[in-house]
Design a protein around this ligand. Structure first.
Ligand code: AMP
Length: 393
């Protein structure tokens, strides 16, 4: 795979697939520009090296062309952040666009209209992709959040370019995944939490190939505890995954790896922030009570494993972090991961709710990397090669 830094952009036009799928308010104003900020490094690099940028993205899930989903809504924020003017074209393919993109000068930035105004985009259509490719000399993909989709602008288009590479944001995600899965220093640890075993099976199986230790926490741990004969009261569990849990524990032990399950839990007598709470042994939860957060003894065990790990993947909260009453465990795990990172470990927080938790409790700057792509990160952790990344090879 080519590196963006090995490409000569001088006098060349780069078609840059960015992720400008930003939230908008009722006046179509951008309410969170994180994704625009994320693309700046790649855009500025290309401009600094004498190239021009043609930016393409999707926004929302439009059924037809409309002003709410127009990328024109993003233009002024992009101009402010980029500190330069941007030309918006109200289409993304066709003769008019080709004509305007033909004579771009070094340093020019063009923003094209929402790719998803064409059905062909999500279908991965060949002709649409070829039409996009006519606009530029070089293809850069910097949209990790859609790299798991074989869409025209993320996958099909790449074959029409001999010079193509990931942008800085995509590259960072690729390196972070590589590190936790294959290259990270040992001991490697995965912290898997969240509600259900069923939604994490493929991740658990894939992570087992590379980690030395596995923490299973949060709602999904009760399926394991019950399968092992524990009494879990009214805690959530999945009956149909009990056998699987037992087989998995056996497999982990056969591979001489370590599985760490909760020892005690914070229980509530209802699923609510004003519930009565008590600490219970995880195997002796009374009926009428549910385990909703990690208990103090559990957190000591988690701390030991987390702060001595050198590579950490964290996917899924270890309690119902949305409620203050049951958020302590997740906050503590965030503290332990931060402490390990501070001591030199590499830590990746990826996929779904753990990212929301890390943002909520301000750990973003204290861990090595927080993934920007929910579904794309989950599929990577499951061991899939994402079509958008494969297409750059
Ligand atoms: P996931 O999307 O699978 O990572 O699941 C995240 C959700 O799991 C969050 O909304 C948490 O509130 C929930 N969760 C974590 N621990 C528990 C628990 N012990 N009981 C019920 N839900 C939980």
């Amino acid at each position: 795979m080519l590196n963006i830094e090995n490409i000569n952009f001088k006098g060349k036009r780069a078609l840059v697939r960015v992720d400008f799928n930003v939230p908008l308010d009722e006046n179509n104003k951008v309410t969170d520009s994180t994704r625009i900020l994320g693309a700046l490094k790649t855009i500025n690099y290309i401009l600094d090296k004498g190239g021009s940028c043609i930016l393409i993205s999707h926004l929302g899930r439009p059924k037809e062309k409309n002003s709410k989903d127009s990328l024109l809504n993003v233009k002024s924020d992009l101009e402010i952040l980029l500190k330069k003017s941007v030309v918006f074209i109200d289409d993304c393919v066709g003769l008019k666009v080709e004509e305007k993109c033909k004579n771009l000068k070094s340093g020019d930035v063009v923003l094209l209209e929402n790719l998803r105004f064409y059905d062909e985009e999500t279908k991965g259509d060949e002709i649409f992709a070829r039409d996009l490719s006519k606009l530029a000399d070089i293809y850069i993909n910097d949209a990790f959040g859609t790299a798991h989709r074989a869409h025209a602008s993320t996958t099909t288009v790449a074959k029409y370019f001999s010079i193509k590479a990931p942008g800085y944001l995509l590259k960072k995600e690729i390196l972070a995944i590589e590190k936790v899965i294959v290259k990270g220093e040992k001991p490697r640890l995965a912290i898997l939490g969240g509600a259900k075993v069923s939604s994490k099976i493929t991740i658990i199986e894939n992570m087992l190939k590379s980690v030395d230790e596995l923490i299973i926490a949060g709602g999904m741990s009760y399926t394991f505890i019950k399968a092992l004969g524990g009494k879990i009261g009214d805690s959530i569990f999945e009956n149909e995954y009990m056998d699987y849990s037992l087989k998995l524990i056996k497999k982990i032990k056969n591979q001489e790896k370590k599985i760490i399950l909760p020892e005690d839990v914070v229980c509530g007598n209802k699923f609510s922030n004003d519930a009565d709470v008590k600490i219970c042994d995880v195997n002796k939860i009374p009926d009428g009570w549910s385990g909703l957060d990690s208990g103090p003894k559990t957190l000591i065990k988690f701390k030991e494993a987390i702060t001595s790990a050198k590579t950490i993947l964290w996917n899924g909260p270890v309690g119902v972090f949305e409620m203050d009453l049951f958020s302590k465990g997740t906050i503590e795990v965030g503290n332990f991961v931060s402490e390990a990172t501070d001591k030199g470990a590499f830590s990746l927080v990826g996929g779904g709710d753990s990212v929301a938790a890390v943002k909520k409790f301000n750990f973003e700057d204290k861990v090595s990397y927080v993934s920007t792509g929910g579904g794309a990160m989950l599929e990577s952790l499951e061991g899939k090669v994402l079509p958008g990344i494969k297409a750059l090879d």
